[in-house]
Design a protein around this ligand. Structure first.
Ligand code: APR
Length: 232
């Protein structure tokens, strides 16, 4: 079976009702990254940061996987599929994808700011992270999110997965944030690369071998999956 890797970003969840970051109504239009998504912000104002991610969590709990997420599950019939996502939502998992690697963390989890291996599910999930919820060192649990300026522990395995891929699908990402965006350049020269994003064609610095599909994921991904299954 051929290996197929998906690199997804906020755009794949847009049609599920989850805001992207850099579109016109995106999150970073209404919040400053330095106020809610840096280690300094967490140290300075943990309440604001935790409130921001509890709001994100509420959006995710209301959302459902869309046809793009569910189409990717179909690919598992004919390919060894690995999802590498920049998204913190669990829509790929809820759609049924078997192998999902999160680069920027997971909104349903909290972690100790002292022991990076102390990562737990938020329970009860609907309440989000509560102030006063302390780890064994007596420190406030934080969102299990990779903030700007923090290391991306899963970038090494993700890079290996892309290097081994026969087919790479890049879906719904502005390719603005590194090292995630750099994964594209690890695709083998003989790999087939597809980029699905309404702005795909206007992304000027792309290798010309990339098949750009300038459409929304909800329609374009099921269509591409159909083609990939026919030729598998
Ligand atoms: N279908 C496909 N793509 C879409 C859709 C859609 N329905 N709607 C929007 N898009 C595209 C936009 O054109 C844009 O290129 O999704 C992309 C979203 O880009 P960003 O908002 O920058 O999101 P992303 O690329 O995932 O951001 C990467 O930045 O803020 C950090 O950690 C955060 O993981 C995030 C990272």
């Amino acid at each position: 079976m051929k290996k197929l890797v998906v690199l997804s970003g906020a755009g794949i969840s847009a049609e599920s009702g989850i805001q992207t970051f850099r579109d016109s109504d995106g999150l970073w239009e209404n919040y400053r990254v330095e106020d809610v998504c840096t280690p300094e912000a967490l140290a300075r104002n943990p309440e604001l940061v935790i409130h921001f991610y509890n709001e994100r969590l509420q959006q995710v709990l209301k959302a459902k996987p869309n046809p793009a997420h569910t189409a990717l599950v179909e690919l598992e019939k004919a390919y060894r599929v690995q999802i590498v996502t920049q998204n913190i939502d669990d829509l790929h998992e809820r759609a049924g994808s078997s192998h999902v690697l999160h680069l920027h963390g997971e909104i349903r989890k909290k972690r100790s700011s002292v022991d990076e291996n102390d990562i737990r599910d938020i329970v009860p999930i609907e309440k989000g992270i509560q102030m006063g919820d302390l780890d064994k060192y007596g420190k406030q649990y934080r969102p299990h999110i990779v903030f700007f300026g923090e290391a991306v522990p899963n970038i090494e395995p993700a890079t290996r997965m892309v290097e081994e891929a026969d087919i790479l699908l890049v879906i719904g990402t502005s390719l603005n944030v590194y090292p995630a965006a750099g994964l594209l350049y690890y695709a083998r020269p003989d790999a087939e690369v597809y980029y699905i994003d309404p702005k795909a064609d206007s992304n000027g610095h792309l290798d010309k071998r990339i098949h750009c599909i300038s459409e929304k994921a909800g329609a374009a991904v099921p269509e591409l999956v159909k083609q990939l299954l026919e030729k598998a």
